[in-house]
Design a protein around this ligand. Structure first.
Ligand code: AMP
Length: 404
């Protein structure tokens, strides 16, 4: 505990940390906590799994007091990350009872209004927060600390105008902390505009390249799913995440895996929040072994024990590739990222290789048994592809308009 105490953390938080059995601060905690406690604005480049929640959580728990209005606001890109942050903050504030409230879209607004009236700390997704501001059901006049968590994701998901509007609703005199896996130009511009003399901190790379093997298979589209099934059966050690670019493919892959007796579940923005939370709990408890997901749904999730990341589709955005593979090879464990490349993935894959300094080895395709596919009761092969229904749910255009 001495390591943590030296950072200036108070006894309430130290006690909660010791119960979590954390031995020493992570690099990002070591570098940011003293600055945060000194009231500085901080920009930290740090990814999921770096321990950033405890870093800003410590700052929040130090300043927040019960019954004095909303004193800290954390904006996060997704509902899952909001839930995750809320749970972590509740844990770390166990010995300094403060009222932590989470608000996000997709669920009824009325209980949130009631909760907001008693909140000391709020964790929110931008869309729903803006809704509350518009309805005047939230009072941000007492905010002393604003945290922008995964700011780069909020840009990617088209939330940045909402974020700016929310910032304008907070008092100008406040401390602002910004966490982002990558600090690209727009993030730096945001910091310059809304932060005051921020100190920039770089965390350690999230993925240990020595522990992460990255491979790819060339595979015709018609047998891509069969190859995935083969690999899941032969490769799997721990939990596996299978990334797809659209909700439609996510459903298609998860349904067909389940039809073959593989314990898989889908998670994407099309499901109710309750269902997404339940699936995440089952995956955390390891009763679900394969999580098939879109980038949006998986963003920022901290899941332990992921041994394999499959890219069933290669992401369009090469930064997304880094986010995906960062789900494995964490906390000193080994991990493997497996890319399944059919003709349509080549452009995206070239971009990933061009933009990232990574080494991906080609693997020879094994002999695989072709499996029968089923799409909503129709017996067909994937060569014809699943049916299209309406606009592509995960197209950037669509995502931009979606509110969380
Ligand atoms: P985060 O990046 O905040 O989502 O944290 C990732 C995971 O690391 C969470 O499960 C935390 O509980 C855990 N964690 C945070 N700080 C430490 C630490 N100093 N030592 C060990 N685990 C930690």
């Amino acid at each position: 505990m001495e390591h943590f105490r030296r950072l200036g953390i108070n006894e309430h938080v130290l006690r909660a940390i010791s119960e979590e059995r954390f031995e020493k601060p992570s690099s990002i905690q070591e570098k940011t906590i003293p600055l945060i406690l000194a009231g500085k604005d901080v920009i930290a480049s740090s990814a999921t799994g770096s321990g950033k929640t405890l870093a800003f959580g410590t700052g929040i728990i130090h300043i927040a007091e019960r019954g004095k209005g909303i004193q800290a606001l954390v904006l996060t890109p997704t509902r899952e990350l909001a839930e995750q942050n809320m749970k972590a903050l509740k844990k770390f504030s166990r010995y300094k009872p403060i009222n932590v409230v989470v608000v996000y879209g997709g669920v009824s607004i009325n209980p949130q209004i009631e909760n907001l009236s008693r909140a000391d700390v709020v964790i929110a997704t931008p869309g729903r927060m803006l809704d509350h501001i518009g309805r005047r059901t939230v009072d941000l006049r007492h905010v002393k600390m604003l945290v922008l968590d995964e700011a780069d994701r909020m840009f990617d998901m088209g939330f940045i105008d909402d974020v700016k509007e929310i910032i304008h609703s907070c008092p100008a005199k406040r401390q602002t902390l910004l966490f982002s896996a990558t600090i690209f130009d727009e993030v730096a511009d945001l910091a310059a505009k809304y932060m005051s003399n921020p100190v920039e901190i770089f965390g350690e790379a999230q993925v240990d390249p020595r522990k992460l093997a990255q491979v790819y298979y060339e595979v015709p589209e018609q047998i891509k799913f069969s190859l995935l099934v083969h690999l899941l059966k032969h490769e799997r050690k721990g939990l596996a995440m299978v990334f797809c670019n659209t909700r439609r493919t996510t459903d298609f892959v998860a349904n067909n895996l389940r039809a073959l007796g593989i314990n898989a579940f889908a998670i994407h923005g099309g499901f109710s929040q309750d269902k997404r939370n339940k699936t995440m709990e089952n995956f955390h408890s390891q009763s679900v072994q394969v999580l098939v997901c879109t980038d949006v749904a998986a963003r920022g999730l901290d899941i332990k024990g992921v041994s394999h990341v499959y890219n069933y589709d290669i992401p369009k955005d090469s930064k997304e590739y880094v986010h995906r593979i960062g789900r494995t090879a964490r906390a000193g464990k080994e991990g493997k990222a497996i890319n399944l490349l059919s003709e349509k993935d080549h452009d995206n894959f070239s971009r990933v290789l061009r933009d990232n300094d990574i080494e991906v080895r080609e693997e020879k395709r094994p002999y695989i048994q072709r499996v029968q596919l089923n799409w909503r009761g129709e017996r067909r092969t994937f060569s014809r592809g699943p049916p299209r229904r309406g606009p592509r749910a995960d197209s950037p255009r669509h995502r931009r308009r979606r509110r969380y």
